[in-house]
Design a protein. Structure first.
Length: 365
């Protein structure tokens, strides 16, 4: 049995290397290491309020640099909350593996690596005047592609973690069971709501990492323990949920974690009468955040989100997942209600749903 398993691992790993090279077209991993050779102090960062793909990509990139570059120190720093749900499992990886953006000065680093976002995206943490040395992402560029010494943007790949996995395969760098679990979960998470089928590299990464990943760590991420506040948020969202034809809308008055609206939108889209779910919430920073999910194949969630927040805030995403942020003035209940009403009208108009009496998801009484 052991010989059989080892044979399966070797076969899968070998095919992964070959396919990663074929999908890549040129040795991007080696190019990256040649560029970063001699950089003593590297900053690795990602979009604000990172998701599992962003966090796993940062941790994997740090591991790659530290293991392959002599006398190199790589610092991970993020802007925004990691959250108390699934992302907290990633935050526990190693001692001081993930730092806070406010604790570092990006100008003090030899190189800046930006993952799972791009410099001109609204969710990028980089301030004006700080140009990344490296950009690795799987999202479609907005406007011109970033100009930087190393840019690897593959919109045909479902997760940034898949791209970084290909570097490990190309360079034949071992992936630990712990890191394998995080990469596997990250890719699964980003692919879960994606329209269409995963790309070749995603499938290879999934099959290879399944054999590597620590099953206990993977279980902890798939079935993460949640504090009571999550269940309170679920109850509030369900009580406020209304659906108009195939679109469901709900809101939360206050959240302490930016991942809650996204988790709730995923959950609410499972209602069999709708194809769209939108959750809005007020953050402690006096902003309104939106999470949008869809299984509709005609319209893109990212396009709908951009139209929703036009002249109000910023937003974007994928075909089936999107998010947005709107600044608030006073944060009063009256202001929040006006914004909710505006978003509802825009949402229904974009979807072509005529104003009708909504139905409650959970009937009162």
């Amino acid at each position: 049995m052991t010989a059989f398993v080892e044979s399966c691992v070797e076969t899968t790993t070998s095919s992964a290397r070959q396919a990663a090279r074929a999908a890549r077209g040129k040795p991007r991993g080696r190019q990256l290491l040649r560029l970063m050779a001699g950089k003593k102090n590297i900053l690795i960062t990602t979009h604000r309020h990172p998701d599992p793909d962003a966090l796993a990509s940062c941790l994997a990139m740090r591991e790659l640099f530290v293991s392959q570059l002599a006398d190199t120190h790589a610092t991970i720093a993020i802007q925004g909350a990691v959250g108390r749900g699934i992302n907290s499992v990633f935050a526990q990886h190693g001692d001081d593996a993930i730092g806070k953006w406010n604790d570092i000065d990006p100008q003090q680093f030899d190189a800046v690596v930006l993952l799972d976002t791009q410099p001109n995206f609204t969710n990028s943490p980089l301030p004006p005047g700080i140009a990344p040395t490296v950009v690795i992402d799987h999202h479609r560029s907005v406007g011109r592609r970033p100009k930087c010494p190393f840019c690897d943007i593959r919109k045909d790949v479902g997760a940034t973690a898949s791209i970084i996995f290909s570097y490990f395969m190309e360079l034949e760098v071992p992936i630990s069971r712990d890191l394998g679990a995080m990469l596997l979960f990250a890719i699964e998470s980003d692919l879960a709501g994606a329209a269409g089928t995963p790309g070749e590299l995603d499938n290879i990464a999934l099959s290879s990492l399944t054999l590597i990943a620590d099953p206990r760590k993977l279980y902890r991420m798939r079935y993460v323990a949640l504090p009571q506040s999550y269940y309170i948020a679920y109850a509030e969202a369900l009580n406020n949920a209304l659906y108009y034809d195939n679109a469901l809308i709900t809101h939360l008055d206050h959240i302490d974690s930016p991942e809650k609206p996204a988790i709730l939108a995923d959950f609410l889209l499972r209602f069999d009468q709708v194809q769209w779910a939108m959750v809005t919430a007020r953050t402690p920073e006096n902003r309104m955040v939106l999470s949008l999910r869809t299984n509709n194949t005609r319209l893109s969630a990212a396009d709908v989100m951009r139209r929703l927040v036009r002249n109000l805030g910023e937003g974007g995403g994928h075909r089936s997942k999107a998010g947005g942020t709107l600044p608030l003035d006073s944060g009063s209940e009256a202001e929040l209600q006006r914004l909710r009403d505006t978003l509802k009208r825009r949402f229904l108009r974009i979807l072509g749903i005529k104003a009708a009496k909504p139905q409650r998801l959970v009937p009162k009484g």
